[in-house]
Design a protein around this ligand. Structure first.
Ligand code: FES
Ligand SMILES: [Fe+2]
Length: 401
C-alpha cells in the first residue's frame, strides 16, 4: 500500500489533518495537478481589459497565462510559452499589444494565438500547427475564471443556478476598485481551512465581529437577526436563495458552487467601519438590506457581496510551504474614486481582517510543524472546514486510486 493510502486510512473523520499532509512533496504534486491545474479559479474582471489588445498575465505556481482581448473583442487565454523553443513571450505583466512577439527569435502570434511570422521556418512545417496552447477561460457575469486542464469540469450547472444571484448583484457591471496580494507563509490548506470557519472570528476579528452575525451562528441572536434581514429582502430588490453544491455535495463533472446570505448586526448596512455605505448600490438592489451574501465558486474562490460592494477572495499556493490570498474589491463600474467611494474606507474591513488571518494562519503552520503536533477534533462551529477536508481527502483518494 502506498504511503499516502496508509495516511488516508489512518485519518480520523472530523479531525484535523496530520502534519504529513502539509509537507509531503508527493501530496503537493497531486494537489497541483488535481486541484490547482484542474479547477476553475477566479483571476479578475473583464473590465480590466476593456480595449482590443489589452492583456494581463496570470501566474499560478510555475505557469503563466496570457489573458488577452482580441480584435473581435473576445477574451482568450494562452500559456505564455513560445511554440519555437519555449521562451516566455510576454514579459510585461499587463498592457496593450497588437500581436504577441517572442523576445527570443521574434516569432509572432496574433491575438487569437495563431503563429503569423516565423523567419526561416522550414517550408514543410505548417504554421497552423504551431498556435499558442490555449488555456480554459470562462467569463461568467463579467468575472474571469481560468482552468489549466485540457478537460476542465463543466460550469453549466453553476452558470444556470447562479445566474439570478449574479444578476441581482450586477456582477457584469462591476469594476475592480482595488486588488491586493497577501503572501502567507503557510500551506494553502491552512488558509482555506481558516476561511471556511468563523469559530475564530470573535477572538481574532473584533472589527468584523462588530458587524457580522456569522460569529454567533447557532445562537438565538443569529436567527433573530436573520429574520430581520429577511423581512425586507425582497423590498430591497434581493431574493431568498440558498444553494449548496460545494465541497462534498459535488455533481460529477461539474464545478462546485454555493450561495447563501446572512445578516449584519443592527446599524450596519455594509461591511464598513461605521456601518455606513462605502460605495453606490450595485446590481438590482434598490435599498440597503442588512446582510451579506457568500458565493463559493470552485474550491478556492470566494465572494462576499454587500449591497454596495463585493469582495473576492482567492487562495492559491506559491509552493508547498507558502500560499497567497488575492483580495479584490469590486464596485459599480460607474462609481468614481474620490467622488463615489474612498478606497481606504472601502478596503478597510477586509484589509485588517486579512492581515489578522495571515497572522493566525502563519502561527497555525508553525505549530503544525512541531514534533508535538497532533491533529485535534473540529467543533460544530467548523462544519464548513470539515466539509472542505472531506472533499480534499476524496480528491486525494481519487488521485491515487
Ligand atoms: S523561443 Fe520564441 S521565437 Fe524562439
Ligand atoms: Fe478570519
Amino acid at each position: 500500500m502506498s504511503q499516502i493510502q496508509t495516511l488516508i486510512n489512518s485519518h480520523k473523520e472530523d479531525w484535523a489533518l496530520d502534519q504529513e499532509y502539509y509537507k509531503n512533496p508527493e501530496i503537493f504534486t497531486i494537489e497541483r495537478e488535481r486541484i490547482f491545474f484542474d479547477s476553475w479559479i477566479f483571476i479578475g474582471h473583464e473590465s480590466q481589459i476593456n480595449k482590443k489588445g489589452d492583456f494581463f498575465i496570470y501566474e499560478l505556481l510555475n505557469e503563466e497565462i496570457i489573458i488577452v482581448r482580441g480584435k473581435d473583442m473576445k477574451i482568450r487565454a494562452f500559456f505564455n510559452v513560445c511554440r519555437h523553443r519555449g521562451s516566455r513571450i510576454c514579459l510585461e505583466d499587463k498592457g496593450n499589444i497588437k500581436r504577441l512577439t517572442c523576445p527570443y527569435h521574434a516569432w509572432s502570434y496574433n491575438l487569437e494565438g495563431n503563429l503569423q511570422g516565423a523567419k526561416s521556418l522550414p517550408k514543410d512545417i505548417e504554421k497552423q500547427s504551431l498556435s499558442l496552447h490555449k488555456c480554459g477561460l470562462e467569463v461568467i457575469g463579467g468575472m474571469l475564471f481560468v482552468n489549466l486542464s485540457d478537460n476542465p469540469e463543466s460550469l453549466d450547472n453553476l452558470k444556470r443556478d447562479l445566474e439570478e444571484p449574479f444578476a441581482l448583484f450586477g456582477f457584469e457591471n462591476l469594476k475592480i476598485a482595488a486588488h491586493k496580494n497577501y503572501p502567507i507563509e503557510a500551506n494553502w490548506k491552512l488558509a482555506v481551512e481558516n476561511y471556511q470557519e468563523c469559530y475564530h472570528c470573535a477572538p481574532s476579528h473584533p472589527e468584523y465581529s462588530l458587524s457580522h452575525t456569522l460569529k454567533i451562528e447557532g445562537e438565538p441572536g443569529f436567527n433573530k437577526a436573520q429574520e430581520r434581514m429577511m423581512s425586507n429582502l425582497e423590498a430591497c430588490g434581493l431574493k431568498d436563495i440558498e444553494i449548496n453544491k460545494d465541497f462534498n455535495r459535488k455533481d460529477p463533472d461539474q464545478e462546485q458552487y454555493a450561495y447563501s446570505r446572512y445578516a449584519l448586526f443592527e446599524g450596519y448596512l455594509t461591511g464598513s467601519k461605521n456601518g455606513k455605505p462605502v460605495a453606490p448600490l450595485i446590481g438590482k438592489i434598490s435599498e440597503y438590506n442588512q446582510g451579506c451574501s457568500d458565493f463559493n465558486l470552485g474550491p478556492v474562490s470566494f465572494f462576499l457581496a454587500y449591497c454596495d460592494y463585493i469582495v473576492g477572495y482567492v487562495f492559491t499556493p506559491t509552493s508547498q510551504e507558502n500560499c497567497q490570498c488575492d483580495v479584490y474589491w469590486m464596485v459599480n463600474e460607474e462609481a468614481e474614486e474620490g467622488k463615489d467611494y474612498d478606497k481606504e474606507k472601502l478596503t478597510w474591513l477586509w484589509d485588517v481582517t486579512t492581515y489578522a488571518d495571515e497572522e493566525i494562519i502563519i502561527n497555525n503552520q508553525k505549530g503544525v510543524n512541531s514534533i508535538k503536533y497532533q491533529p485535534g477534533p473540529y467543533t460544530d462551529k467548523e462544519r464548513s472546514t470539515r466539509r472542505f477536508i472531506k472533499w480534499y481527502l476524496d480528491e486525494l483518494q481519487n488521485a491515487i486510486s
